[in-house]
Design a protein around this ligand. Structure first.
Ligand code: DQA
Length: 163
């Protein structure tokens, strides 16, 4: 499996181009081998690469960050505000259904975001039907696999550079 590299505010060069952040929650580092019947066979590294290429083609900066730790995700959201992140794409993974703290972090920064899930959470167990994020999100994409991230990016690019 390819190794996922997180990008961080410290390591990225400053640029005037708009900045987007993709936030991946716990266990998404296992994509590619994790329950492929739900999550497909695309790895997180492949998803992040596809997003980075598309963003680069549109002249937009995009950083991706994955963590299995709630606090690390919260701190990355706080840093996003300092960086001036314009939009986020967020798959909170299991924290979707549990984390008031991550919800509050995103609400506290006010950064608009699209919530993405690879699987159709509404076709799965009842505990996956509730999200602490959906009412805050611009919109929710669920069940379209890894393409969901790219569709979310296309939408955000259309908002950044309307035709
Ligand atoms: C998920 C759905 C969640 O219920 C689950 O806990 C995940 C991934 C998805 O992308 O389908 O880890 O967010």
């Amino acid at each position: 499996m390819k190794k996922q590299k997180n990008t961080s505010p410290e390591t990225d060069k400053a640029s005037d181009a708009p900045l987007l952040l993709v936030l991946h929650g716990p266990n998404l580092n296992l994509l590619g081998t994790r329950e492929p019947m739900h999550y497909g066979s695309t790895t997180l590294a492949e998803i992040n690469l596809a997003l980075a290429h598309r963003a680069e083609g549109a002249g937009v900066n995009l950083e991706s960050f994955q963590s299995n730790h709630e606090g690390a995700l919260i701190e990355r959201v706080h840093a996003a505000r300092e960086q001036g992140v314009l939009y986020m794409i967020v798959n909170p993974a299991a924290y979707t259904h549990t984390s008031v703290a991550l919800r509050d972090a995103i609400a506290g920064t006010g950064i608009p975001f699209i919530e993405v899930h690879l699987s159709n959470v509404h076709a799965r167990e009842a505990f996956r039907h509730h999200s602490y994020f959906s009412d805050l999100a611009i919109g929710v994409i669920t069940g379209l696999g890894s393409e969901g991230y790219l569709l979310a990016l296309e939408y955000l690019l259309s908002k950044i550079s309307p035709e």
